[in-house]
Design a binder for this molecule. Structure first.
Ligand code: BG6
Length: 490
């Protein structure tokens, strides 16, 4: 089937932090790609804004450079780049002060009815003040939306403060909290897999599933984000949001429709079912690590502390957790979650391990029987693999083999895999909140995570070292092995 492109309604998007990394690497390329596909109407405008004093033309040059640097060469069409750049303008402003706001108001004033997206690609501590300025300058219209990036707070209390500050200006139905994992194609495919097939749902419970593993591994280190990362760590940066969202989509009940609140109600119930851990359980069921010098796929690399140039940091770059979803469907099924930087490769996947068959009719010579396993590969090599036992072809009696029924999306469909931001920005314009985190979801996630963070802080134990290029501290392997299970590796 061919992808269907439906043009969105006219909109203006104002990107605060417009000259920053996120805007250059993700937002401008994503908007360009949607323009190239024909989804942007002629009137759509992109207004960058930051403290830097730039003219429209200077910002346009920056935007052109971003597209030429971050859009694959094959997708760069000079005529579309020119058309896109003509949509781009700039306002230099002090986002939390008063300078520049009248200029922004003037730029927007010719289309007051149009959908207005305020994208806050800035540090989270100024989300609240920016919203206040947007309101103080009379820029909030009925068709306005605000988009914020994670982290939404650093614990429950700060998340509530932030949500209150934004909620004073915008209603919840206009607030779009991005978790870009929800925009990834394969993550959405998880819903298709579960709810568009009758095959899995009857088995999707503790009777047939032994355990679930969710891994989000990166081979990268700190890159240019040391300042932010050292205040966050893997638990706040990846687990509180991306991994818990993947867990929600895996564990939630079937929603009655794909309506935003119906889906989010179901995800919320999963987050509320996560069993809070006591400090003793945190010591037994979580592992935090920090990488030391070793090797990445590109060669030797420094350890976290050397990269950071700050000895003594206790920030974790790896975390593994054995979580429990305490409800009727999942009681007794462990969810092993892990994420880390400087691991051997970049791989995100959800592994659903089914239970072993109750009784084998095969002789020992047939070889060992392995239980079925469904692997949803989020990235790279997006696809789904269902591991089955089959008979080894050819003569020689009944010999069994464990092989994957392999559905590689790249091989099956010859369409470009869009970046998550393309989908998500268009959903903001369309007013569809299904793939965005609602306030109560974010806060429920923090409630569970806070128990772990508090216990770590109280124990004052440093994270366990692991060599860059390995799968984390050995205790992360032990976390599964002592339950007689192993992490999935292909
Ligand atoms: C971000 C984290 O949310 O996700 C980064 O802040 C991480 O630390 C990134 O590198 C990973 O995203 P992706 O899409 O490359 O898997």
């Amino acid at each position: 089937m061919v992808a269907r492109i439906i043009t969105v309604d006219p909109f203006d998007i104002v990107v605060f932090g417009g000259s920053g990394d996120l805007s250059r690497r993700k937002l401008l390329p994503a908007l360009y790609q949607r323009d190239r596909s024909g989804q942007l109407p002629a009137e759509a405008r992109v207004i960058g804004s930051s403290r830097r004093h730039l003219s429209d033309e200077e910002f346009q040059t920056m935007a052109r450079d971003a597209i030429e640097s971050f859009v694959p060469k094959a997708d760069q069409d000079p005529a579309v780049i020119d058309r896109f750049i003509a949509r781009v303008g700039y306002v230099s402003m002090d986002a939390t002060g008063t300078d520049g706001w009248p200029d922004l108001a003037k730029k927007l004033s010719d289309a007051p009815e149009r959908i207005r997206v305020f994208y806050l690609a800035t540090a989270p501590d100024i989300f609240g003040p920016i919203c206040e300025q947007i309101s103080a300058h009379g820029l909030v219209t009925p068709a306005s939306r605000v988009v914020i990036e994670k982290p939404v707070g650093k614990d429950l209390e700060s998340a509530q403060d932030l949500n209150n500050a934004i909620g004073k200006i915008f209603p919840e139905t206009s607030i779009y909290r991005i978790d870009h994992y929800l925009g990834k194609e394969t993550v959405q495919n998880l819903m298709a897999l579960r709810f568009a097939n009758s095959l899995f749902e009857p088995l999707w419970n503790s009777k047939y599933i032994d355990h679930v593993q969710i891994t989000v591994a990166e081979d990268l280190g700190l890159e240019t984000r040391a300042g932010y990362y050292d205040t966050a760590g893997a638990m706040r940066d990846m687990m509180q949001n991306h991994i818990l969202q993947l867990l929600c989509l895996t564990a939630m009940e079937t929603p009655t429709s794909l309506d935003a609140d119906t889906v989010r109600d179901e995800k919320l119930k999963v987050l509320q079912s996560l069993k809070p851990m006591t400090p003793m359980q945190v010591a037994n069921l979580t592992v935090r690590g920090q990488y030391t010098a070793g090797a990445s796929t590109l060669g030797p690399v420094r350890g976290y502390l050397e990269e950071l140039e700050r000895p003594g940091s206790m920030t974790e770059t790896f975390v593994a957790v054995k979580a429990e979803v305490s409800n009727w469907r999942w009681a007794g099924v462990p969810f092993y979650l892990r994420t880390g930087k400087r691991l051997p490769s970049r791989v995100s996947e959800i592994v659903v391990q089914f239970r072993a068959i109750p009784h084998s009719v095969f002789e020992e010579a047939a070889g060992p029987l392995q239980a079925n396993r469904l692997v949803v590969r989020v990235q790279p090599d997006e696809g789904v693999r269902l591991w089955l036992m089959i008979k080894d072809p050819g003569p020689g009696g009944m010999r069994l083999q464990y092989v994957p029924l392999d559905m590689s999306f790249a091989k099956a469909f010859s369409v470009r895999n869009p970046d998550a931001y393309e989908r998500l920005i268009m959903d903001v314009v369309r007013g569809n909140q299904t793939l965005f985190m609602r306030r109560d979801e974010v806060e429920a996630a923090w409630s569970w995570v806070d128990h772990i963070l508090d216990a770590w802080a109280a124990s004052n134990e440093p994270p366990k070292p692991y060599r860059a290029g390995t799968w984390g501290p050995s205790s992360a392997i032990a976390l599964m092995e002592r339950d007689g299970r192993t992490w999935h590796e292909e």
